[in-house]
Design a protein around this ligand. Structure first.
Ligand code: CP
Ligand code: NVA
Length: 305
């Protein structure tokens, strides 16, 4: 039996596969803009399990599946047995006997790993506390569209050492760029993820130092989903980490600003930056659709290389 491919982190693909996937996403975007119909996933179903809120991820996966000719099924713990304690192994075995692809947004990375271990069909990580690999497909696609290949360039992560930071760290290794990381003390990224990507990373306590000369400046919310109770304490700890126009002026003159969204203007980013000329956030959000279409196509038809 052929082993099932999953997409739980960017490390589930080779660097060559990822680069080809980004190129394919750019092609699929052009096809969509030309109005071409392309439906390789006709009569296929994607199960979307959401244990956390979402706007972009839900809309992009559901729309992407429709455009590819298939159907997407929204499953929330509130109205399935998933929220009533049915074991993840049982849910995985049952759901994967009926659908063709599963997408999960949840808390623990171990949960998507366990689901994948018991699933007959490919499983996609649509955000955990640890990683957000689908967002990185869209982010690298956007960087490539805007400024060419990220290889040999430098990005600067300013803020929390969170799931997005971890996926940017994996991306630095897989796509061959340097990542400057500035986090306040106590909010550093996971040491195991650091160790796995060490060669591409530089660490700073001063966000302005991290931003110097960077080709991309990235930030994210200071309080991720599940950390709502820490919001006030985090705002205090992250003082000085707001991406401002002054910080952007330290980056490369041609630098772009990225944010996975949702964003909180006046906290992690100044309105002048996120709504300013260097911001590429709307393309970045739209590219979730195109990048995930390329991913779903690859999981069904094989990865481009
Ligand atoms: N960036 C992102 O994943 O957005 P949602 O939480 O709206 O899906
Ligand atoms: N770090 C954020 C990303 C949201 C897309 C969170 O986990 O809430």
């Amino acid at each position: 039996m052929q082993t099932v491919r999953h997409f739980l982190t960017l490390k589930d693909c080779s660097p060559a596969e990822l680069t080809a996937l980004i190129e394919r996403a750019i092609d699929l975007k052009a096809m969509t803009k030309r109005g071409e119909t392309y439906q390789p996933l006709k009569d296929r179903t994607l199960a979307m399990i959401f244990e956390k809120a979402s706007t972009r991820t839900r809309v992009s996966f559901e729309t992407g599946m429709t455009q590819l000719g298939g159907h997407a099924l929204f499953l929330s713990p509130d109205d399935t047995q998933l929220g009533r304690g049915e074991p993840i192994e049982d849910s995985a075995r049952v759901i994967s006997r009926m659908v063709d692809l599963v997408m999960i947004r949840t808390f623990e990375q171990e949960k998507v790993e366990k689901f994948a271990a018991y699933s007959r069909v490919p499983v996609i990580n649509a955000l955990t506390d640890m990683y957000h690999p689908c967002q990185l497909l869209a982010d690298i696609m956007t960087w490539t569209e805007q400024r060419g290949s990220p290889k040999g360039r430098t990005a600067a992560w300013i803020g929390d050492g969170n799931n997005m930071c971890h996926s940017w760290m994996n991306a630095a290794t897989q796509f061959g760029f340097t990542l400057n990381i500035a986090t306040p003390q106590g909010y550093d990224p996971n040491p195991q993820v650091v160790a796995a990507n060490q060669a591409q990373l530089h660490f700073f306590r001063d966000p302005n130092e991290a931003a110097k000369g960077a080709d991309v400046i990235i930030t994210d919310t200071w309080a991720s989903m599940g950390q709502e109770a820490e919001k006030k304490a985090r705002e205090k700890a992250f003082a000085g980490f707001q991406v401002t126009e002054a910080m952007m002026a330290l980056a490369h003159p041609d630098a772009i600003f990225m944010h996975c969204l949702p964003a909180y203007r006046g906290l992690e980013v100044a309105a002048e930056v996120i709504d300013g000329p260097q911001s590429v956030i709307w393309d970045e959000a739209e590219n979730r659709l195109h990048a995930q279409k390329a991913l779903m196509e690859a999981l069904f038809l094989g990865f481009p290389h």
